[in-house]
Ligand binder design. Structure first.
Ligand code: AKB
Length: 329
């Protein structure tokens, strides 16, 4: 168990390195943590390409294959595992057994390999870990968690199992509850909050956006650079200051569809939107908090977001326009 405060992240395995978070997290650690080796873990069919492939090692790392995980962790002397393998909320509702298999059996494999090899583990939780009985506004760090979606069930169980491995075996597990993440490198797939990413792509391409979430539905959202900072800062935080571990509320902005569309129209006035509400996504969104209280993360590891809706929107449009002009959108 890590007991002293030091930046121990050196040999890192990112599982799910080609996904929305993984593709950017892998590159950020490779660039910013000197002397680090970051193994890009992927599953067949989602191979790393370009800079992600060329800038460091890559290995097939299916969370359901315990022997393969153990082999990678031993071969690269991995000290930190980012476990980003998951089916997002809307897909998990369509494939609940697969979601359970990846999110729970996969997590158990990772925690076991971490226990045997003294590695730290970051497995994200989500606003999806809350449910309709949770206080909606200023959702506290410690409160009712009775989600109705399979995604939420696996996220609560992830928090509990990760805490169990910390208390019972001393495995250094840490986690944040991510809001909907907005990014311009890799699209999310199958989440309830995806609309807040997709609308930027439609706006920059000049296409009509069909919104699956009803106006007036508030959810916590965050710009990817803040999410990556959280994932790295928490794993480097002084463990003696951590009262909580799995999992910290983190927040930066909360909005409903009309508010983000109005913000985008300040920069792209021609944005066209039509609503076609998806009942599955809407039911999930309605059961999630409107806005989380992240005071414990601020107090225990100095969490502080940089971006608000305006600075995020300017950066999103700028980055996506560059990609569009290079025929890369
Ligand atoms: C989803 O919408 O499923 C995810 C999440 C909030 O965890 N983006």
């Amino acid at each position: 168990m890590r007991t002293t405060f030091e930046i121990t992240m050196k040999n890192v395995l990112v599982i799910g390195s080609t996904g929305q978070i993984g593709s950017e997290l892998t590159m950020k650690i490779r660039r910013e943590i000197p002397g680090s080796t970051v193994v890009a873990g992927y599953i067949p069919g989602a191979e790393p390409k370009g800079e992600l492939l060329e800038s460091g090692p890559a290995e097939i790392a299916d969370v359901r294959d315990a022997a393969a995980l153990a082999d990678i962790v031993k071969r690269y002397r991995i000290d930190t595992i980012y476990n980003l393998a998951a089916l997002l909320s809307a897909v998990a509702e369509r494939k609940p057994l697969l979601a359970w298999d990846i999110q729970m059996n996969g997590l158990l494999n990772i925690l076991e390999v971490a226990r045997e090899n003294n590695a730290a583990v970051f497995t994200p939780s989500s606003i999806g870990s809350f449910g309709p009985e949770t206080p909606r506004v200023g959702t506290p760090q410690d409160t009712i968690q009775r989600p109705r979606s399979m995604y939420g069930v696996t996220k609560v169980a992830t928090e509990l199992l990760s805490d169990y491995y910390f208390h019972k075996y001393g495995v250094d597990t840490r986690s944040v509850r991510f809001p909907g993440l907005i990014s311009n490198v890799t699209l999310p797939g199958g989440g309830t909050t995806d609309y807040a990413v997709e609308v930027y792509y439609a706006a920059v391409k000049g296409e009509e956006f069909v919104c699956p979430i009803a106006p007036g539905t508030y959810m916590d959202m965050m710009y990817m650079p803040d999410a990556l900072k959280a994932a790295i800062d928490l794993m480097n935080a002084d463990p003696s200051r951590l009262i909580h571990r799995n999992s910290f509320n983190i927040a930066s902005m909360s909005f409903e569809p009309e508010q983000i569309f109005a913000k985008i129209r300040e920069y792209i006035p021609g944005l066209r939107v039509r609503y076609e509400v998806d009942p599955v996504r809407q039911a999930i969104a309605t059961s999630w908090p409107d806005s989380m209280d992240d005071s414990c993360a601020r107090a225990e590891w100095d969490w502080k977001p940089v971006y608000d809706m305006d600075s995020m929107t300017r950066d999103m449009i700028d980055c996506l326009r560059k990609r569009y002009n290079n025929n890369n959108l």
